[in-house]
Design a protein around this ligand. Sequence first.
Ligand code: GLA
Length: 387
Amino acid sequence: MAAIHQQVKETYHQLFGSDTDSILSVSPGRVNIIGEHTDYNGGFVLPASINKAVYLAIGWRNDDEVHLYAKDLDEKFSTTISVIQPGAHKEWPAYIVGSAAQFMKKGFALKGFNAVLSSDVPIGAGLSSSAAVECAVVFAINELLNAKLDRIEMLKMAQKAEHEYAGVMCGIMDQFASMMGKKNNVLKLDCRSLEFEYVPFEPAGYKILLLNTNVKHSLASSEYNTRRMECEQAVQWVKEQEPQVNSLRDIDMAMLQKYVLPKSELIFRRSSFVVNENERLHSVCRHLQSGNIAAMGKQMYAAHADISANYEVSCKELDWLVNYVKPHTSVAGARMMGGGFGGCTINIVKEEAIDALVQNIQPAYREAMNLDLSYYIASIDDGTHLM
Ligand code: GLA
């Protein structure tokens, strides 16, 4: 079978005729080694773009119509530029028109366009397929308009599309990872300043194994926004006594114990997870640099225990997967990844042990959860680019 990018080009050609004025952008999904729910708290994350991506063929039209085709879903969608606005579109077209709309907000005049979309980033698996779509669209339209925006500006536009058109008040991690990723490196990103560095990630003999629960509990987006508010509440209580504080980044455990715990045990648990998660991330970076994979993995297990017990965005399927692999010496570390309530666990596994592990865990998961388990071996690849 032809590669996805060829299929997308061919489909574009069949649907919209000559493809001379069309371009093809590719934007990957992401993994995150550690640093969950820290991005919207001004903290650090450690993501990487992977070898699964969204492919978008796109070209101008001579009117103001927008014609979209999602190849994998075999769904068409049409609208006109003049009616694009938040709330007026849903599902996959919302990500595309919402991303295009960001250019109009910046004062660019937009013509109509045709686009064909295909992807091998599994949807609802916590690998940020939506951020990948947004980045692919923004990157491509920047090119078509010759707008010369830099990547940081573009990834912020992609994030705005998610806020305004999907209604999820996500942090910056997913769009940053998709747009800025670099082969064989993770990004150590300071989500407050957006300063970042590439940290080589090639743990000798280990691979990244993603185990997909194949569940996405409906709580995911409402609880996400609730967690944001709970964290803001903690900051507000500390700030009443310590006015210099602006985010959980500026807060330590002593402050939480003094100002938050007496007011709410729940808010204390939420915010203490975030404070500890940042600490764990820094220690993972140190272990990565010294090549201590076992110590890195321990931090991942600790992160999972904390996010499950105190941030409460895990679910029984994710907990089951992490508990299953934990006694296996071939698995250095594992934890739930992304927003939570389903999706994947990320596992750092000795390469030679992967086959046996998958063969054993699949039937066990089916037996325990009555669900199929899918898996992907992710390698770290470059971020958004044209093909
Ligand atoms: C989702 C959001 C990200 C981040 C993670 C949790 O993936 O889109 O911004 O908050 O959840 O770490």
